[in-house]
Design a binder for this molecule. Structure first.
Ligand code: C2E
Ligand code: CA
Ligand code: CA
Ligand code: CA
Length: 279
């Protein structure tokens, strides 16, 4: 049976109310999860293609839910941003990520640095650079131990210049700043011309089609571009040996993806490293 126009509007507003209610519950759950300390960092290894050694790890947030188990960020990052809770999560990942880095190094694991993800709201915090500096110095580390990954949408969306100022402060303090998900945005090139980044991370969507001549031409061109701008280039989402050897041949400096290792909690990462070091 056909619905009347009025009926459709009614159904639509019901959906909206349901959606609103669902989000309200999720916001409260994230808030409670923060209070209960349920967010933890997982480490995904990044390999230097030249040396074959570990060049660092990306810190990826996970919600360890008492009933649901490990909850991935797709479930909570956007909601946390909307609820104004993302800054807390981002800073917890910095603290716990550095704590994990410290404890793994104490156990003899050689991890040159970690990368953390920061959302727009986090980047706009005028004290971000000082906070991060405090966190590294408190552990006897230096800014070289920490890379900050930002999305270019962050820079475009921010109407004010806070985000750009923040990038400049991070760089001045000695942190590396890399542009994440490169190749998915609208203003990649103008962003690169305005700001000095230490590197770019090629989005998985550029890597997934490889082996493929056109996709590889793009990767090769971006590698040349990043060289001339004195940036390192990371290939994300490398899942096969063939993709690894192709992106390496095209000049990518670092490879990250399921082929090398999934994001892992502290113990799984230690096991992974032992196997990697033995190989
Ligand atoms: P991202 O920063 O682009 O992180 C890479 C994502 O790709 C991760 O998903 C990772 O698990 C996944 N990945 C890595 N290698 C492969 C591969 O070979 N194949 C495939 N199919 N996927 C791969 P994850 O952990 O689910 O994170 C999703 C996104 O959530 C991240 O994307 C990042 O934007 C966001 N995120 C994660 N942790 C944080 C955080 O602490 N703060 C903020 N603001 N955002 C975070
Ligand atoms: Ca602390
Ligand atoms: Ca990232
Ligand atoms: Ca990415």
């Amino acid at each position: 049976a056909k619905r009347s126009g009025r009926g459709q509007v009614f159904a639509h507003s019901c959906d909206l109310r349901e959606e609103f209610e669902r989000r309200r519950i999720l916001f409260a759950q994230i808030d409670a999860a923060l209070a209960a300390d349920q967010f933890e960092p997982h480490f995904q290894p990044q390999l230097c293609t030249r040396t074959g050694k570990l060049s660092g790890c990306e810190v990826l947030a996970r919600w360890r839910h008492p009933e649901r188990g490990i909850v991935p960020p797709a479930t909570f990052i956007a909601a946390a941003e909307e609820a104004g809770l993302i800054r807390q999560i981002d800073l917890i990942m910095v603290e716990k990520g550095l704590d994990l880095l410290e404890s793994l190094r104490d156990r003899g694991y050689v991890i040159p640095s970690i990368s953390v993800n920061v959302s727009p709201a986090t980047l706009r915090d005028p004290n971000l650079s000082d906070r991060l500096l405090q966190e590294v110095l408190a552990r006897g580390m230096t800014p070289h131990d920490l890379t900050v990954e930002i999305l270019e949408t962050t820079l475009i969306r921010s109407e004010d210049d806070h985000a750009i100022l923040s990038v400049e402060q991070l760089k001045k303090a000695g942190f590396s700043v890399v542009l994440d998900d490169f190749g998915t945005g609208y203003a990649s090139m103008s962003t690169l011309s305005r700001l000095l980044f230490d590197g770019i991370k090629l989005d998985r969507s550029l890597i997934a089609p490889i082996p493929n001549d056109r996709a590889e031409s793009i990767v090769a061109a971006l590698t040349t571009l990043s060289r001339s701008l004195d940036m390192r280039i990371v290939a994300e989402g490398v899942e096969t040996e063939e993709q690894f050897s192709r992106v390496k041949a095209h000049g990518c400096d670092v490879v990250q993806g399921f082929l090398v290792g999934h994001p892992m909690d502290a113990e799984a990462f230690a096991l992974w490293y032992d196997g990697f070091a033995a190989a």
